[in-house]
Structure formats: C-alpha cells, structure tokens
Design a protein around this ligand. Structure first.
Ligand code: PGA
Length: 247
C-alpha cells in the first residue's frame, strides 16, 4: 500500500484566489510523488481541488446526520457527491470544542458508509514520565474505532498527533524515536482490536509540526505510513518536499 500525505488547510487561506493558487501549484508539482496525496481545504474551497489519480480530495469534518434540519452542518453523502474521498474526524481542534471519541467513531462510521475513508485523529495532551499517555492513546483508539469492523478498518487512516506538537503554539516536533515508539504502540492496539493481520494493513500517519526540514528523518526512522500536515500544507513547495520523503 502506498504511503499517504494529507494536507489539512484548516481555516485557511483567506481568499478563493489563494486557495486556487495553492491547489494548482500542488497539482503541477505532484507528478513525481509516489505517495497518495490528499488535500483537505475548508468547505467553500473544496472545488479548488479536482480529484485525480494522484490527488484525492478530503474534508476536515462531517456531520453525523444524513440530512435534515442541521443548520451549518455538511453531511458525508453531500461530501461524497462533490468528490470527497477522505474525511478528517476527531481532530484535536474539534475535540477541544467538545467532540468526544464517541462522536468521532460515529462520524467515522458515517464516512465509511458514504464510501469515504475516515482519517481518525488521536493523541495525548502531554507525555507523562510514568507512561500514563499510553493509556490515553489506547482509550482514545478503542473509543474512536467503536463500530468499525475488521473489513472496514482497511479503509481507515489513523493520524497520531500528540496535541503538544500541533500548530503554531507547538513545543516543536516530536523526537523521531518517540514517534516510532508511538507508531508501534498504535499498531499494537490496532492488533488487539482487529488482529495483527488486519492491523498491519492500516496506515498510521504522524502529524504535528511536520515540515520540509524534519520530514526526511521521520519518514526514514519514524515507522510512519505518512504524514498529516497542517501549516506546511499551505506552502506547495514545502508540502511537496515533505511528500517526496515518502517512498
Ligand atoms: P501542524 O498541524 O502541521 O500545523 O502542526 C497538524 C495538524 O493539526 O493536523
């Protein structure tokens, strides 16, 4: 299975013309990339990315509801109908607004039913000397995967994102050896839930301050199946440099 790079634009850029420019540059520069590329623009800019063999379109969230009176929400079926094939669920920035692992699991199931791949985000707020973060990650994984079958898990991407390493207030990228340890731990938990064979087929990516300078080392020694990239995904050159490290 190919490695995967997922660009999460979050609530950026400010204007449609800028979104078009980023999408266009990524498309032009992506021809030599081996990894699967997914771009997740904010909803009004989804159409700036034309899904192709090389680049898939992703959304940053989905409603649990199929349709109806849910002002402001966008449903999984609606996303699928405009070419979206991946959906980020349970991102820490949404969890901070009250999204629980139970809601995340429901969103993931809804996304799968609509024919998309959920990108399920998990990660600890802090590392504890006594290793308490392992319990946090394990609990979050179990709860966020509730209702997802062994058949469906193949289509799921897990994004391990330690919250302290995400965004402009991050303490910085996680050490590569710690990323490797976390990746192995996530796969161990997946193995407990789905059996080692099924777990082996699941892509587990790292996210949190990945950029063009640290990506190569993490790609080579971090046991990752790819990256979830925030800030650096808005800069096509940086984004493609990161993508190049995934062979
Ligand atoms: P960052 O964001 O790369 O800007 O740290 C990652 C994410 O939140 O997915």
């Amino acid at each position: 299975m190919h490695k995967i790079i997922i660009g999460n634009w979050k609530q950026n850029p400010a204007k449609l013309v800028q979104a078009k420019k980023i999408a266009d540059e990524v498309r032009k520069m992506s021809t030599k990339i081996v990894a699967d590329i997914v771009i997740c623009p904010p909803t009004p800019f989804l159409h700036t990315v034309s899904p192709s063999k090389k680049i898939a379109l992703g959304a940053q969230d989905t409603s649990i509801e199929k349709d109806g009176a849910h002002t402001g929400d966008v449903g999984a079926g609606q996303l699928r109908s405009v070419g979206v094939s991946y959906v980020i669920v349970g991102h820490s920035e949404r969890r901070a607004l009250g999204e629980t692992s139970e809601i995340t699991a429901k969103k993931a199931v809804v996304a799968l039913k609509a024919g998309m791949s959920p990108v399920i985000c998990v990660g600890e707020h802090e590392r504890h000397h006594d290793g308490a973060h392992w319990q946090v990650i394990s609990r979050e994984l179990h709860a966020s995967l509730s209702g997802i079958s062994r058949i469906q898990i193949k289509r799921v991407v897990i994004a391990y994102e330690p919250i302290w390493a995400i965004g402009s207030s991050a303490k910085g990228v996680m050490k590569t050896e710690d990323i490797a340890e976390s990746m192995i731990f996530v796969k161990k938990v997946l193995g407990e839930i789905y059996g080692n064979k099924a777990a082996h087929g699941v892509r587990v990516v790292y996210g949190g301050s990945v950029d063009n300078l640290n990506a190569l080392e993490i790609a080579e020694r971090g046991e990752v199946s790819g990256f979830l990239v925030g800030r650096a995904s808005l800069d096509p050159k940086k984004f493609l440099k990161i993508a190049e490290t995934l062979k």
